[in-house]
Structures are given as C-alpha cells and as structure tokens.
Design a binder for this molecule. Structure first.
Ligand SMILES: [Zn+2]
Length: 69
C-alpha cells in the first residue's frame, strides 16, 4: 500500500486526514475519455520513472487538483 503521494517532490502521506487521495483513472479500451484523462494525470506527475503497471497501486493527493466553481 502506498504511503506517499506520487507527485514529484510531494511528501504528503496517505494517512493525512486533511487531504483526499485519488487513484488514477483506469485505462479501458474504447473509452477515449478515460484514456485522455489518464494521460493528463500522467503528464501532471512530472515523473518519468512511473510505469503503467505502477499506476494501479499509486495515488495522488488533493493538493494537486484545482477546485471547481
Ligand atoms: Zn501530493
């Protein structure tokens, strides 16, 4: 189980109850929206060492999302 946010230089732990943690969108064939969304998330990581297989087990904290309206 991951203990840290996967984003480059982020040290937020998954045990931090003041944050939310999100799994990456699943890559499903023929669902263009999910594939595009997943690609955006991967680009936002600013990391080149994360493999596609690892994306099933990692999470990103809520600090890296802009809030909507
Ligand atoms: Zn983070």
């Amino acid at each position: 189980m991951p203990t840290l946010c996967v984003r480059f230089e982020c040290l937020n732990k998954i045990t931090n109850k003041n944050l939310s943690f999100y799994c990456f969108p699943k890559a499903r064939k023929n669902v263009a929206f999910l594939l595009a969304q997943r690609k955006l998330w991967i680009n936002a990581l600013h990391r080149s060492d994360v493999t596609d297989k690892q994306l099933h087990h990692i999470q990103i904290c809520s600090l890296h999302f802009k809030m909507g309206l």
